[in-house]
Design a binder for this molecule. Structure first.
Ligand SMILES: NC(=O)c1ccc[n+]([C@@H]2O[C@H](COP(=O)([O-])OP(=O)(O)OC[C@H]3O[C@@H](n4cnc5c(N)ncnc54)[C@H](OP(=O)(O)O)[C@@H]3O)[C@@H](O)[C@H]2O)c1
Length: 381
């Protein structure tokens, strides 16, 4: 396996699953960005054939801290090579943001089994990514818990009989907070998710529900479903991960304790199932499972995404890029929490809708949206 984003939160879940099943999985390459200490730790645990840090300085530091026999490469091209190496069967795509697209796409083009956590790949280049998978025979298996749940509810069923796919959303840490007080929330409060322990960017995306917006676009490409068959529902306990409704009125759901090792293991090997060490569900103990409609006034990202899904692909690229800028600016305390989604909306209002069929077009829309978002932040400062 090659782990892209090995040093992150999803990377940690994958390392845990690999270490529980050493007879089944071996690391070909571990890929990170700048976290030298964490990379050193997991490289010593998994003994990969090579380690890649996409940041050259981090690669140089790591080289000094690992045994000379362990190969350390630098740069995104080395990450792409590690993802498409003929010795690799499976690639876990778990970098964060659209920066992960080239390496994940290299894996898809090389026909690998790809466990896809890096949802921004499908949001920005869904067409290109899934066309490449069809052409190469790559199998793309979702890692996002909701999409892994949908995948499990679809297996063995006729996709034409599906009337609706419903992704659940916890509602994040501010689901019940007075909207008037949201302006003052700190990055620390936004990152403290009630149910999931995740990386900083996705935690903030969960608090704005931009994460669910990105997931609806991701679901459209993964399951080849029209936007009007995709929806979300608030489920604060994060036990039911998604539901698939069939035209006969049957609804299938997948339930599990909220721990990413389960969907990561499922992406690595669906059947026979792998032991993951996550707690078994005790529904009598859980007692109740609650559901409620998404309040779009509280979570305007969910209103925005309907507009984006009805429009051309460039809107999704711009939404993602503007959100990456706004999310980071909030974490750097340059803007308020309540500025994030309006900033994305402003960029979308100024984005020309058109289809995106080439990677160059993705990068040019992405760059323009980032520029508009940065300008807006500077002008408002
Ligand atoms: N965490 C979850 O529970 C969860 C659930 C569902 C989906 N996802 C998705 O999975 C992806 C990863 O999320 P995460 O929570 O694991 O994020 P994370 O903990 O922040 O980890 C991100 C990983 O990407 C690497 N990275 C960051 N910037 C990079 C760059 N410029 N070039 C190359 N690598 C870079 C990081 O390397 P360094 O550590 O070396 O900086 C790290 O390995 C995201 O797309 C997220 O939406 C996550």
């Amino acid at each position: 396996m090659t782990l892209l984003g090995a040093t992150g939160s999803i990377g940690a879940s994958a390392v845990d699953v690999m270490r529980r099943h050493p007879e089944r999985f071996a690391a070909h390459a571990l890929v990170g960005y700048r976290n030298v200490e964490r990379m050193r730790e997991i490289a010593l645990q998994l003994s990969p054939e090579r380690v890649v840090m996409t940041d050259a300085e981090a690669a140089a530091q790591l080289r000094e801290r690992l045994p000379p026999s362990m190969r350390v490469d630098a740069g995104m091209e080395a990450a792409e090579a590690a993802a498409s190496d003929p010795d690799v069967d499976m690639v876990l795509a778990a970098m964060v943001g659209s920066v992960g697209l080239p390496a994940a796409l290299a894996a898809v083009r090389a026909g690998k089994r790809v466990g896809l956590a890096n949802k921004e790949c499908l949001v920005t280049a869904g067409h290109i990514f899934m066309d490449a998978a069809r052409a190469s025979g790559a199998v793309v298996v979702p890692v996002d818990s909701e999409h892994a749940a949908v995948h499990q509810c679809l297996v063995g069923h006729d996709a034409g009989s599906v009337s609706r796919i419903i992704l659940t959303a916890s509602g994040g840490p501010f689901r019940e907070r007075d909207p008037a007080s949201l302006r003052d929330v700190t990055p620390e409060e936004a990152i403290a998710h009630p149910n999931w322990d995740m990386g900083a960017k996705i935690s903030v995306d969960s608090a704005t529900m931009m994460n669910k917006a990105l997931e609806l676009i991701e679901a459209r490409w993964l399951f080849d479903m029209p936007a009007d068959k995709l929806s979300a529902i608030i489920h604060p306990q994060s036990i039911v991960h998604a539901l698939v409704e069939y035209r006969d009125g049957s609804v299938l759901a997948q339930l599990a304790w909220p721990d990413m090792r389960a969907p990561v293991a499922y992406a690595m090997q669906a059947e026979p199932r792998l032991a993951t060490g996550i707690p078994m569900l005790d529904l009598a103990e859980s007692g109740r499972l609650d559901f409620q409609a998404v309040d779009e006034a509280r979570f305007p990202a969910m209103r925005l995404v309907r507009h984006v899904m009805q429009g051309d692909d460039s809107l999704a690229v711009a939404m993602n890029a503007a959100n990456e800028v706004a999310n980071e600016a909030f974490r750097q305390r340059r803007i308020a929490f309540t500025d994030i989604v309006p900033l994305v909306e402003r960029v979308l209002e100024r984005t020309h809708g058109h289809s995106v069929t080439e990677l160059d077009e993705v990068w040019s829309v992405d760059a323009e949206a980032r520029r508009m978002a940065e300008d807006a932040i500077r002008n408002d400062a």
